[in-house]
Design a protein around this ligand. Structure first.
Ligand code: PLP
Length: 389
């Protein structure tokens, strides 16, 4: 096969890593469900928990090609990927610098578990270089970011993170879930370890729970050394299903990017919308940075209703767009961060973070724009009427 660096992204999605069906010459990778492989006269001892079954290996190669790294690994969930990466590079007495506003599960993992391992941590006060510098300690070993952030789509400067990591000899890690490998390749900016919840854009159909990591051979080996002991591998059936999903990753994400940009512009002009948070809009505070390090602005956006429009009524009046906790499926979904991901914060803290009751996070799918607009128009009408009545 040709070198993956020279391949177009859709070709990578469709072909890289595929397992040849030598026996029947079928068009797709055969699914190998075996949990037991011969060990005599073989170099590799294959076993699902060693992350090296034929389907696991195939998918690892595709993810590495998509993220421009040497190697890739698939886990049982996004959190399995996050937790294995952090624990592989941190030990007792070490310190990690974490960006403010991380995915809730990552935040909980750090706050609830790190004490047991004697690992110290500091969350930054903001996204600027100074905020990261202020959080550094002599025993810092890892720097961890997530960009774009949830739900306000704030952007962290990846070149700045790489610079700090090099200066202080840190391993840099990013949760690249919101961007997907189509919109952002952090390894191109020098980030060491790229993590995905494959439950989101990679799976893309709201029917797979999985995680992925892309990094150098050396870093993957260090993660693997821990992973084989903890054992968070993904079943081969789901691995195979994820390979199928990835064939359309670029097509889906590019369609979602286009839709999100159109919807962001439409919402921006709407009289009942106070503010739109989308890094592809020129008035987003991080537009220039997003433009520099992203290839597309994702299918994720948030918008704030004006105070006289009730968010609950608005959401319940939607007929096409579903209320949903998760994101990034081909179907459009919406949620209230104040009522879900950020409900444990005090009202005051939420206000401080810019998460008002009227803020809604919109995961834009692949439906036609006119149908999404019609659904919103109807909901605006009902919610506005109810306020007047
Ligand atoms: C969903 C999500 C995760 C966790 O992934 P799971 O597959 O649910 O374990 C991590 N990071 C981000 C940004 C997510 O959206």
């Amino acid at each position: 096969m040709a070198k993956t660096e020279n391949m177009g992204v859709n070709t990578i999605c469709t072909h890289v890593g595929e397992v040849a069906d030598e026996q029947f010459k079928g068009a797709i990778s055969p699914l190998y469900m075996s949990s037991s492989y011969a060990y005599e006269n073989v170099d590799i001892k294959r076993y699902p928990r060693y992350f090296n079954t034929p389907n696991q290996e195939a998918l690892g190669k595709k993810i590495a090609a998509l993220e421009h790294t040497e190697a890739g690994m698939i886990f049982g969930s996004g959190m399995a990927a996050v937790s294995h990466c952090l624990l592989a590079f941190l030990q007792k007495g070490d310190h990690v610098v974490l960006q403010k506003t991380l995915y809730g599960g990552t935040y909980n993992f750090v706050v609830e578990e790190f004490g047991k391992f004697g690992i110290e941590y500091t969350f930054t006060n903001g996204f600027a270089e100074e905020d990261f510098r202020n959080a550094l300690q002599d025993n810092s070993k890892v720097i961890y970011v997530e960009t774009p952030s949830n739900p306000l789509m704030l952007i962290t400067d990846l070149e700045m993170i790489t610079r700090l990591a090099k200066e202080h000899d840190l391993v840099s890690m990013i949760d690249n879930t919101f961007a997907s490998p189509i919109n952002q390749n952090p390894a191109d900016f020098g980030i060491d370890i790229v993590i995905h919840s494959a439950t989101k854009y990679m799976g893309g159909h709201s029917d797979i729970c999985a995680g992925a990591v892309a990094a150098s051979d050396e870093h993957i080996e260090q993660i693997w050394n821990l992973s084989k002991n903890i054992g968070g591998s993904l079943s081969d059936y789901t691995v195979w299903l994820l390979e199928r999903s990835l064939k359309t990753l670029a097509l889906r994400v590019k369609a979602q990017n286009r839709n999100a940009k159109k919807m962001a512009k439409w919402l921006h002009k709407h009289p009942l919308v106070k503010k739109v948070y989308y890094p592809g809009l020129k008035d987003h505070p991080d537009y220039t940075l997003a433009k520099k390090q992203m290839k597309g602005y994702t299918g994720m956006l948030s918008f704030e209703l004006i105070p006289t429009v009730n968010a609950e009524t608005f959401m319940q009046s939607l007929q096409l767009i579903k209320q949903s906790m998760s994101l990034a499926g081909v179907e459009s979904t919406i949620l209230s961060p104040a009522k879900t991901s950020h409900t444990l914060l005090s009202a005051e803290e939420r206000t401080h973070q810019g998460i008002s009751d009227g803020l809604l996070r919109f995961s834009v799918g692949i439906e036609e724009k006119k149908d999404l607009i019609a659904d919103f128009e109807h909901a605006f009408e009902v919610a506005a009427k109810k306020e007047i009545a």
